[in-house]
Design a protein around this ligand. Structure first.
Ligand code: AMP
Ligand code: ZN
Ligand code: FE
Ligand code: FE
Length: 267
């Protein structure tokens, strides 16, 4: 329920992703690329041939009190009129941000041009994982995770926040598309007290099952979901070759949770 494609920052094409999904034994998948829906139709076409159900989704980046917050939008009407224009404006902000991060890296003596990052990302929603891959290619770091740890991760010297949507706006955008807004990888908030606030904004679910969540964290999010009447989701957050630790199928959830998500949408 949490997969990326080359339309954002995974290395997998829709065809490769669906081949891997079949191998992993998945009956349903959700495509949630960062700030784009361009990958959904191609994945649907690839999935049809091998009988895998595709849940259309998106992972929107919002910001709250100086921190990045990722919101998953499930079962969205991704063909809704006007959506493309809205997402284009988010993409332009990402392009700006890459220029800013490249500027900071240059100031640190690391010679990386924004144009190199755009050439790698092509038409994808460009982000830090593309920057990290260029840094690996140029020998500046030995892995993408080192790039995040030393330079472009939160609280690192070349980090730039700079996203446009608030959590409320991102939630409302998902609701406008008829979708269910779910807080992605809640551990990354580092502050569970924000969850009730986000529920007030309209989020309706928590991604309790996630590779970085310990069993204790998962149990806590399951309890919180019950307390606030939220749906529960989970997934690997697979990004293809760039994040070897998050293989597709490494986090599986029962299909009953997908049914709960659909029931929630019908309410
Ligand atoms: P951005 O959208 O540019 O803020 O980049 C966010 C994406 O960067 C996440 O969805 C991950 O794909 C990736 N990412 C974030 N932190 C790390 C990390 N520590 N190691 C590897 N990838 C990361
Ligand atoms: Zn990503
Ligand atoms: Fe995320
Ligand atoms: Fe993700």
């Amino acid at each position: 329920m949490h997969l990326h494609t080359v339309y954002s920052d995974s290395t997998y094409t829709p065809e490769e992703l669906m081949r891997e999904a079949k191998c992993a034994g998945l009956s349903a998948v959700a495509i949630v690329d960062h700030d784009t829906v361009e990958g959904i139709s191609p994945v649907e076409a690839a999935a049809k041939k091998i009988d895998i159900e595709v849940i259309p989704g998106i992972e929107l980046t919002a910001q709250h009190q100086g921190k990045e917050v990722h919101l998953l939008g499930y079962l969205i009407d991704y063909q809704k009129k006007g959506l493309r224009e809205k997402l284009d404006s988010l993409w332009r902000i990402r392009v700006e941000r890459v220029h800013k991060i490249a500027g900071k890296l240059k100031a640190l003596g690391l010679n990386l041009e924004a144009e190199e990052v755009f050439a790698l990302a092509k038409n994808a929603t460009v982000g830090r994982l593309h920057i990290a891959r260029i840094m690996v290619n140029k020998g500046m770091v030995s892995s993408t995770s080192e790039a995040f740890r030393k330079y472009i991760g939160e609280d690192c010297p070349a980090y730039v926040l700079g996203f446009r949507l608030s959590v409320l706006e991102a939630t409302q955008l998902i609701q406008d598309l008829g979708g269910i807004a779910v807080l992605a990888h809640p551990y990354s908030l580092n502050n569970n007290y924000l969850i009730p606030e986000f529920v007030d904004y309209g989020i309706e679910g928590l991604e309790a099952y996630y590779p970085e969540h310990t069993p204790a964290m998962t149990n806590l999010y399951l309890d919180l979901a019950q307390k606030f009447n939220l749906v529960v989701t989970g997934g690997s957050d697979c990004h293809g070759q760039t994040k070897p630790g998050a293989k597709i199928g490494s986090v599986k959830i029962p299909y009953a949770l997908v049914e709960k998500l659909k029931e929630r949408k019908e309410k």
